[in-house]
Design a protein around this ligand. Structure first.
Ligand SMILES: *Cc1c(COP(=O)(O)O)cnc(C)c1O
Length: 395
C-alpha cells in the first residue's frame, strides 16, 4: 500500500501551490487562495475514479468512518456487524458512535462471510460494515443482497482498497456509503486523510456538515453566518494534506498497473510450490494487488514458512499474531479499557467480548501469510524475492 514510495515533483508542485497562497484552510478565503481548492479538487477526482455521485474528504480514514456512521444515522445502542480481521479503526469508529460492534466470521476472501451474518443478526442490528482487506474485495454482492433483504444499512470500509473493484464497480459504491483511508502507508496518501463516497445527496450533506462542526456551508463568504443544522465535530482535512493526496490520486493508474505486474510475477512463481493455496478473490480483475495473501495447510506450517521468509529477507505479516489486525490480541476491547467509561458500555445488549469465539476465522487466519507488494521493486528485487520464497518453502 505504498504511495509514499513515489513522492516527486507532482506532490511538491501541489503543496507549493498551497503554501504560496498562505491559505491552508479548505473553505473560504476566495480572494487569497488564487483559485486553489485542493480538497475540493481531490473530491471531484475521487468521485470520477469511483463513479460515486458525491465524495467528501476528511482528516483520516477513521474520521471518515465516524462521519459516515453519523451521516447514515447509526448511533447509541445500534448493533453494527464488523469482521474480526481488520485494522482496529473499524470497531473504534463504531464505538465512537455509541454503537456496538458485533463480530461475524470471515471466509477465504479474508473478509466478512455473507453466510455467517444471519447468525449474529438481532432486532437491534442496524448496519453491516464489511472491510475490503488488503486491497481486494469481500463477496460484496452477496453481502449487499443480505442487507437489502434484512433492511440493514451497508457501509463499506474500503480504507485499504482504493482502486479495487468488483465486476467493474468500484469498492465503496455498493452500500449507502464507502470509506477510504489516505494515511501515510496506504495506496494513495495525503500524509493523513480519509474520504467518504455516496450516491445519496442527504448522506453527503450530513457528512459535509458533521465533519465541520455542523456548518451548513450556506453562509457565503462569512462562516459566522453559516447555520448549524446538526451537532458535528472537526474532522476537516487541511489543504496541505489534500494537495499531497491530489498528486497521488493522479498516479493511481500507474500505481495499480505496477502493483498488479509485480504481484503477478510473484504469484506465478509460487503456483508450483507444494501446499500453497491463495486467497479467494471473487473478481481477480478487480484486485488492487497491494498484497499477495496465501494459505498453508496448518498453523504449524504457516508459522514455519513465515519465520523462514523473515530469515530469508522477505518478511511477510502473519496476521494471527498481529496486535492491531486480528481480534485475538484485542485485549483492550475484551477488557473494555477506555480512558474513561465508554458510552457503549451503558447498553444492555453488549456482547461478551472477553469470551468471544470465532473458530472459522481462527482456522483461516492461523494459516494465512500476506506479502506486501511494493512499487519500487526492480526486476532483480522481484527475482531475489522469488528465490527467498522458494527457499522458505523448502526449509
Ligand atoms: C487504515 C485503516 C483505517 C483507518 O484509517 P486511518 O486513516 O489510519 O485513520 C480503517 N480501516 C482499515 C481497514 C484500515 O486499514
Amino acid at each position: 500500500m505504498p504511495g509514499f514510495e513515489i513522492f516527486g515533483d507532482e506532490e511538491r508542485k501541489e503543496v507549493t501551490d498551497v503554501l504560496d497562497t498562505g491559505v491552508l484552510f479548505r473553505y473560504g478565503f476566495e480572494g487569497a487562495r488564487n483559485g486553489h481548492f485542493k480538497a475540493l479538487e481531490f473530491e471531484k477526482k475521487l468521485g470520477d475514479i469511483t463513479g460515486a455521485a458525491f465524495s467528501h474528504l476528511c482528516s483520516s480514514g477513521t474520521s471518515a468512518l465516524c462521519t459516515a456512521l453519523a451521516a447514515c444515522g447509526i448511533g447509541a445502542g445500534d448493533e453494527v456487524i464488523v469482521p474480526p480481521f481488520t485494522f482496529v479503526a473499524t470497531f473504534e469508529a463504531v464505538i465512537s458512535a455509541g454503537a456496538i460492534p458485533v463480530f461475524a466470521e470471515i471466509d477465504e476472501t479474508l473478509c466478512l462471510n455473507p453466510d455467517r451474518l444471519e447468525a449474529v443478526l438481532t432486532p437491534r442490528t442496524k448496519a453491516v460494515v464489511p472491510v475490503h482487506m488488503c486491497g481486494a474485495m469481500a463477496r460484496i454482492d452477496e453481502i449487499k443482497d443480505f442487507c437489502d433483504k434484512k433492511g440493514l444499512i451497508l457501509l463499506e470500509d474500503a480504507c485499504q482498497s482504493i482502486g479495487a473493484s468488483f465486476q467493474g464497480k468500484a469498492l465503496g459504491t455498493f452500500g449507502l456509503a464507502g470509506c477510504f483511508s489516505f494515511d501515510a502507508v496506504k495506496t494513495v496518501t495525503c500524509g493523513e486523510g480519509g474520504g467518504i463516497i455516496t450516491d445519496s445527496p442527504r448522506v453527503y450533506e450530513l457528512c459535509d456538515q458533521f465533519a465541520d462542526h455542523g456548518h451548513d456551508h450556506l453562509g457565503g463568504h462569512d462562516r459566522g453566518a453559516d447555520d448549524h443544522p446538526i451537532i458535528g465535530t472537526n474532522y476537516r482535512i487541511s489543504e496541505l494534506n489534500a494537495a499531497v493526496g491530489l498528486a497521488q490520486l493522479k498516479k493511481l493508474d500507474h500505481i495499480l498497473e505496477t502493483q498488479r505486474k509485480n504481484k503477478k510475477a510473484i504469484k506465478d512463481a509460487m503456483t508450483e510450490l507444494p501446499d500453497v493455496s491463495f486467497r479467494y478473490l471473487p473478481d481477480p480483475f478487480g484486485d488492487s494487488a497491494t498484497f499477495l495473501s496465501f494459505f498453508l495447510p496448518t498453523e504449524t506450517r504457516a508459522r514455519q514458512v513465515a519465520a523462514n521468509l523473515a530469515e530469508n529477507g522477505a518478511p511477510s505479516p502473519y496476521w494471527y499474531d498481529n496486535n492491531w489486525h486480528y481480534y485475538k490480541k484485542w485485549h483492550h476491547l475484551k477488557q473494555l479499557k477506555g480512558s474513561a467509561r465508554l458510552a457503549f458500555e451503558l447498553a444492555d445488549n453488549l456482547p461478551d467480548y472477553k469470551n468471544m469465539r470465532l473458530e472459522e476465522s481462527d482456522a483461516i487466519i492461523k494459516r494465512t501469510i500476506s506479502m506486501q507488494i511494493m512499487l519500487s521493486w526492480s526486476k532483480e528485487d522481484i527475482d531475489q524475492r522469488i528465490q527467498a520464497i522458494i527457499k522458505s518453502f523448502k526449509e
